[in-house]
Design a protein around this ligand. Structure first.
Ligand code: DGY
Length: 321
């Protein structure tokens, strides 16, 4: 069909998503899956009707300003959209959609994996088995810390924060949370609301970061806030690396102020602060929060649902702007 809208897709997509995309659109794909420079994005966008982007594409105000007039919509394959200058998109009248809800469970699962991995020293244990340094069972060998019954503080009680809380309740954890708005009581399930995040920190044996990235939360977890955590607390981050001041977190992991950290996201990823690699009490994953086949297909289909709505003249189901 000659009149199919042209979609420029910046990264490789799961096969099922590519199949649906190519059935409805003229797709410009990136089968090599290289992360594209701003110049490459602009080149690929020439004559395209819409862009399907991911968090690895930095759509700055400058880049958005240079997009060809043919581009009428941006769909991101992610729930987070701090990689897109939303004000610039709005100023240009470019609608932007994201992929909420469908990655909530997968991301909350990874938060629990990080909590357990950090608390029970999973990285050190795995390494000991693989490197054959494990000598024998002993009453004091590689002791971790209990998760059951501890206090979990959640910074950002949106969909993912609530899903983390739900899972943590199965470990009899007491949930504390900070959110810009208090949840209605029926969604709190007994969680203790703190109107200020700083006031919550002393109650966090575990702290899970689940707030969006961007300038408002940049380096939110800094040295002063870490100092407010109980000694030997555990920090996990499945949100965005930029929420954490890496220098402060690394210092606290080295000094023993914190027992451990579990991190799935990093400022500047994949080029994380190299000191993390040297810390045995850091349990590290390469941004796998939404990385299940089911979830990545669902994210792709959601991005396509939004593109379909746009090109059929319907309201976008997941409009960010
Ligand atoms: C998102 O969708 O924002 C996630 O970080 C991708 O896993």
């Amino acid at each position: 069909m000659p009149n199919k809208p042209v979609i420029f897709v910046t990264r490789n997509l799961p096969e099922a998503v590519t199949q649906r995309l190519t059935a409805s659109y003229e797709a410009r794909l990136n089968p090599g899956d290289a992360v594209l420079s701003a110049e490459q994005v602009l080149k690929g966008a020439e004559g395209a009707d819409a862009l399907l982007v991911t968090p690895t594409d930095k759509l700055t105000a400058e880049l958005i300003g240079k997009l060809p007039a043919s581009v009428r919509m941006i769909a991101t394959f992610s729930v987070g959209y701090e990689h897109i200058d939303i004000a610039a998109a709005k100023a240009r009248g470019l609608p932007v959609s994201n992929t909420p809800d469908v990655l909530t469970d997968a991301t909350a699962d990874i938060a629990l994996l990080l909590m357990l991995g950090a608390a029970r020293r999973a990285y050190e244990g795995e390494r000991a088995v693989r490197e054959a340094t494990w000598k024998s069972w002993s009453t004091t060998y590689m002791l971790g810390t209990h998760m059951t019954g501890k206090r979990l503080g959640i910074f950002g009680m949106g969909r993912i924060g609530q899903a983390v809380a739900k899972r943590a309740r199965a470990f009899d954890m007491q949930i504390h949370y900070y959110n810009r708005r208090r949840l209605p009581e029926h969604l709190e399930h007994g969680a203790v609301y703190h109107p200020s995040a700083d006031e919550m920190l002393p109650y966090c044996d575990f702290l899970s970061i689940n707030a969006p990235g961007g300038p408002e939360t940049y380096h939110w977890l800094n040295a002063a806030r870490i100092a407010r955590l109980p000694d030997h607390a555990i920090v996990v981050n499945t949100a965005r690396g930029g929420l954490v001041d890496d220098t402060a977190l690394i210092a606290a992991l080295r000094s023993g102020k914190l027992f451990a950290a579990g991190l799935d996201v990093f400022e500047g990823e994949p080029a994380l602060n190299p000191e993390y690699r040297t810390l045995s009490n850091a349990f590290l994953l390469p941004h796998l929060g939404s990385a299940t086949i089911e979830t990545r297909n669902a994210m792709g289909f959601k991005a396509l649902d939004n593109l379909d709505a746009f090109f059929q003249g319907r309201e976008l189901p997941d409009r960010v702007v």
